[in-house]
Ligand binder design. Sequence first.
Ligand SMILES: NC(=O)c1ccc[n+]([C@@H]2O[C@H](COP(=O)([O-])OP(=O)(O)OC[C@H]3O[C@@H](n4cnc5c(N)ncnc54)[C@H](O)[C@@H]3O)[C@@H](O)[C@H]2O)c1
Length: 245
Amino acid sequence: MKIALIGYGKMGKAIEEIALQKNHEVVLKVDEHFAGDILSELKKADVAIEFTSPDAAFGNIMKCFEATVPVVCGTTGWLDKMDEVVRTCKEKNQAFFYSSNYSIGVNIFFELNKNLAGMMNGHQQYDEVFIHEVHHVHKLDAPSGTAITLADQIMERIQRLKTRRNYSAQEKISTVKREDELAVFSSREGEVPGTHIVKYISGDDEIEIIHKAFNRRGFASGALLAAEWIVGKKGVYGMKDLLNL
Ligand SMILES: NC(=O)c1ccc[n+]([C@@H]2O[C@H](COP(=O)([O-])OP(=O)(O)OC[C@H]3O[C@@H](n4cnc5c(N)ncnc54)[C@H](O)[C@@H]3O)[C@@H](O)[C@H]2O)c1
């Protein structure tokens, strides 16, 4: 498979390493300094994998549609434009795959989160519900796309929670949080690849689930799997379509 890497930073490089091990060919590498004709270069690829930055993702996805190349996007922090991407993809009969998190482990964690939230709906005594995400200091968006997905899953299932509010990790939960609020705390520390904690606290006990990535390989191999899968397809897809969870 001929792959175009749009974004050649930490994730682009991690994907390249696995792609070459699997005998794929990387025919294009684009970073923010790329000066070539991206449209004609993209046309040489079977698939594009986009991991850039929140302000660049939308434009890059549109270029892939224009070049008629299926695109797998992992960039977070741009989802206000998702409706437009989905509409354009369908209008132009193109292929688009998105996940805020390509790790198989995180997608299993999403299912666990939904099940736990469903059970917690009937148990009002767990009146402190929060998510804590920790990432490296270079991450541009907060909360993480994964934390937002976890929060949406919880909000859909727990009726007593009416709003989601974002906090920095320094804020103390007991002094700031309202009972009908799902608090999302974001910490930025060193080179942490990604940790997500979901916690329910009552007066008597607490329940906590954690996913901790050790490195970027899990995200990279999931994105590559999505790229292998989407070639030859048309439409809008996510991890649910790829994995039988
Ligand atoms: N979905 C997931 O599983 C997952 C996992 C890890 C990271 N991410 C997200 O992926 C994105 C990239 O993460 P990273 O750690 O590789 O970041 P990074 O900063 O290491 O790399 C970003 C790359 O994008 C390039 N870039 C920036 N603007 C560009 C533009 N306009 N056109 C082309 N290239 C451009 C930069 O030059 C750089 O090569 C972030 O949004 C991050 O949150 C998602």
